[in-house]
Design a protein around this ligand. Sequence first.
Ligand SMILES: NC(=O)c1ccc[n+]([C@@H]2O[C@H](COP(=O)([O-])OP(=O)(O)OC[C@H]3O[C@@H](n4cnc5c(N)ncnc54)[C@H](O)[C@@H]3O)[C@@H](O)[C@H]2O)c1
Length: 427
Amino acid sequence: MGGTCRWEEPSLPCAAAPHDSSRTSLEAQNQTFLLKTNSHASRLPWVQPSEVDLNAVRIAVLGLGEAGYNMHMPALAQMRGIELVGACDIDLDRRANAAKAWSVPVFDNLEKMLAEARPEMLIVATPPDSHARICLQAIAAGCHVICEKPFTSTLEEADTVMAAAAAAGRRIALNHEFREMPIFRAVLDEIGGPRGDQIVFAQLWQHMDMAPWMEKGWRGSMQRRTLHEGGVHLVDYLLALFGEKPHAVSATMSACGAQEPGADVGADAVAIVSLEFSRGRLAQILQHRLCKGETQYFELRADTRVASYRASFGGRARVTAGLYRSTVPHLRVDYGVSGLAWREVGNKRTLLARNPKEPRVVSTRNVLERSLAAFASGSAPPASAQDGRDALEVINACYEAAAIGRRIPVSGTNSAEPALASDSKGG
Ligand SMILES: NC(=O)c1ccc[n+]([C@@H]2O[C@H](COP(=O)([O-])OP(=O)(O)OC[C@H]3O[C@@H](n4cnc5c(N)ncnc54)[C@H](O)[C@@H]3O)[C@@H](O)[C@H]2O)c1
């Protein structure tokens, strides 16, 4: 899928010359490094300081909103052996808050931060339509990048960024942090990725009271709000779980008549997506943004031939009693302050994992640490640029399927597989 980027290659700001990559601490793993205990860690009593020592990597954060300020900054504050050399936002108040909370040098533009703070790695936490341009600028200045999701707006942009990174010898990772959240990681470790071929069916669902037309700022103005911006987490997790891309998708998306009469709104308030994996195995995503009852951000059920694996993100505290279609009565207590994962066979449950407090900070920290370690060792990060591109490709196919009302093959897979194939010998 080659293509031309919508933007021109950014010209390097004169002050932000590329670093001498031969001297970056990321690549110099075998040397002795200054390990710093982060002085901000005591501000976050709910998260244990990390056990992982990194290589005195110089890190900067661009964008100090929901993701930058509430996820990356606290995650960085818990990491050992890094140097937080700068944080940048065009918003004065957000810069001031960051400077006060994290004692970090702040900048009002990226060029200045790249030139003066000289980061080796940039965390990109600005709105999605800026990601490609900023990634290119960071790569040109010699940085590795950890980019917020969704990776880019188009596949062409993703290709351009990935080609630029490869040419410059820089690495890109994505903050698809659900892969590294304890409850979802536990399910991946049991049956996902290389073992994903044992899954026969998976369901992911999200119920939220957040109609696209009620959202403010850049989110509210996105045409592809629900599945592309928020649903990328669900799509990415499914690809990680099955360890492959689906070969075809079908989708229906609608505002369900819930918008104000005559309002010109995006139509993906509810998205119902079916994904067909190899050997006729299926998955379904339901994103429901019109829920006025109890909401849940991310629920998972993945079935193999022998068990169901469940993960429920969000607080769960329930006591239930009953028969559950069995002859054996039971009393069950479910308790996970911010999420639980378990294995189910009939009415028998085995706990797999509980989420810690602040699970998104912890999972973002896991992504950052594991990505940095992968950059240093030359191995794959938890979510690579290719993973970000794959999710985007599947999402694009879903929107196309919804628009034309047909099943759409996903490129780079065996799309010749028949729809709803029933290979009883498989999986
Ligand atoms: N991984 C997750 O769970 C997660 C959660 C929230 C957001 N996100 C993603 O993070 C990104 C940012 O989302 P958000 O919710 O933090 O948005 P936000 O609007 O809260 O914050 C974005 C910040 O970027 C700043 N900004 C914009 N352009 C800039 C530029 N050129 N230079 C410097 N600063 C700039 C804005 O002033 C703002 O403070 C999006 O891609 C979003 O999808 C991911």
